[in-house]
Design a binder for this molecule. Structure first.
Ligand code: S3P
Length: 430
């Protein structure tokens, strides 16, 4: 990806309507489940970013049938079993690498190598490899399977009960996908409930599944049923617009068809406590996922505390929440978010550096930040650290600054939201 810098100018007005791209987490899952289905899965609104393109590329390399026309994507199982041998490039996408480990671990006769870019090659894989090994998975890799590249020799997996050490929807989903091809049922008991798109999608397709509190059980299944539906807009992409409309003096934005799965909308709860002026209409369901139209208006925000139990529902929104916090009145404390250090970059350090460069008062903690506001942000030059969510969060901070902000390496926004920076500078949204 070309390492493009972008300069964002301040603005005071943000009105109209903004459609956001389809949900990335749901799109990955729709594609992966399609590859296990002879009938196939077809969705409209497939996420346009590079991460979901990585998943499609890997599935194609495995012999799945993949058709793509704009945002309409169809994936179905190929003629034979999933490819016998392949080298798969997950690019920058942790979800692709980790969920593929689970999907492939229980496919006897296959041998795959999963690799990724520089950032993904630094990210922890043991969290998914260790619990898969308890089911009999044969996975090897750098540092004993802790880092990519990993090799996965598909085998017949046993059933079992897995209790991941940390809350992670990627780990849970990898284990549930593995469970579909195991010899017995697989139960995942999570320490804290994480996003449940995998469960919702399996239920939507009619796959037997048991949910009891924070435990989910799947049963072996020869072939997945297929289906067709529209993927809701990505709440994590909407998060940048929600925050921008709240922070700008003349913000009044309508965001239609945004996914509102409660395991994802923690930012609305946190900003709601801070004083966000918003409303939700047109509630509906698509593919089993709740969605609706969000209306957000300029708001006077005050500081809040966000603690560990709340983190999974806003884990990807913490960089943009940090931006809201430095513009809010009073102190905001974000704790229990050490996980941010293992994302596409160390997001705790990256946001602390970027916001401080713009003049904000940010205290970096091992597991979060203490942010004091309201800070006036000045123009300047900041770094995305190659992380799409850091780049976009700093882009929103720039809208509220007193001078232009240059964001180094802003092209990484294409990972989840191609066209974000162009949209950010448009005169009229919509
Ligand atoms: C994702 C889960 C989250 C999230 C990531 C996407 C998913 O990661 O940060 O962007 O689609 O399952 P963890 O589950 O590892 O926290």
């Amino acid at each position: 990806m070309k390492d493009r810098d972008v300069t964002v100018a301040p603005r005071g007005v943000l009105r109209g309507m903004r459609e956001v791209p389809g949900d990335k987490s749901v799109s990955h899952r729709a594609a992966l489940m399609g590859a296990l289905s002879r009938e196939g899965v077809e969705v409209e609104g497939f996420a346009p970013g590079a991460d979901c393109a990585s998943t499609l590329r890997c599935l194609e390399a495995l012999g799945a049938r993949v058709q793509r026309r704009g945002d309409r994507v169809r994936v179905a199982r190929g003629e034979g079993p999933l490819g016998a041998a392949a080298v798969l490039d997950a690019g920058n996408s942790g979800t692709t690498a980790r969920l593929l480990c689970g999907l492939l671990a229980g496919q006897p006769g296959t041998f795959t190598v999963i690799q990724g870019d520089e950032s993904l090659s630094r990210r922890p894989m043991r969290r998914v490899v260790d619990p898969l090994r308890t089911l009999g998975a044969r996975i090897d890799g750098r540092e004993g399977g802790g880092l990519l590249p990993l090799s996965v020799r598909g085998t017949s997996l046993s059933g079992g009960v897995c209790t991941p050490g940390a809350p992670s929807a990627q780990v849970k989903s990898a284990l549930l996908l593995a469970g579909l091809s195991a010899r017995g049922s697989v139960t995942v008991a999570e320490p804290l409930k994480t996003r449940d798109h995998t469960e919702i999608l399996l239920e939507h397709l009619g796959v037997p599944l048991r949910r009891e509190g924070a435990a989910v059980t799947v049963y072996p299944l020869e072939d997945l049923p297929g289906g067709t539906w529209k993927v809701p807009g990505d709440f994590s992409s909407a998060a940048f617009w929600i925050t921008a409309a709240a922070l700008l003096p003349e913000g009044d934005l309508t965001l239609p068809e945004v996914g509102l799965n409660p395991t994802r909308t923690g930012l609305l709860s946190a900003l709601g406590r801070m004083g966000l002026d918003y409303g939700v209409t047109d509630l509906a369901l698509s593919g089993g996922e709740p969605l609706g139209t969000l209306q957000v208006r300029s708001s006077s925000l005050e500081g809040t505390v966000v603690d560990a139990p709340e983190i999974p529902a806003l884990v990807d929104e913490l960089p943009i929440l940090a931006v809201a916090a430095v513009r809010a009145k009073g102190v905001t404390e974000i704790r229990g978010a050490r996980e941010l250090r293992f994302k596409e970059c160390d997001r705790i350090a990256a946001m602390a550096e970027g916001l401080r460069t713009l003049g904000a008062e940010v205290e970096e903690r091992e597991d979060g930040w203490i942010l004091r506001g309201p800070c006036r942000l000045r123009g300047g030059e900041v770094d995305s650290f190659g992380d799409h969510r850091v780049a976009m969060a700093l882009g929103v901070a720039a809208l509220t600054a007193e001078g232009p902000v240059r964001i180094r390496g802003a092209a990484c926004a294409d990972i989840s939201y191609p066209g974000f920076f162009e949209a950010l500078s448009e005169d009229t949204a919509g």
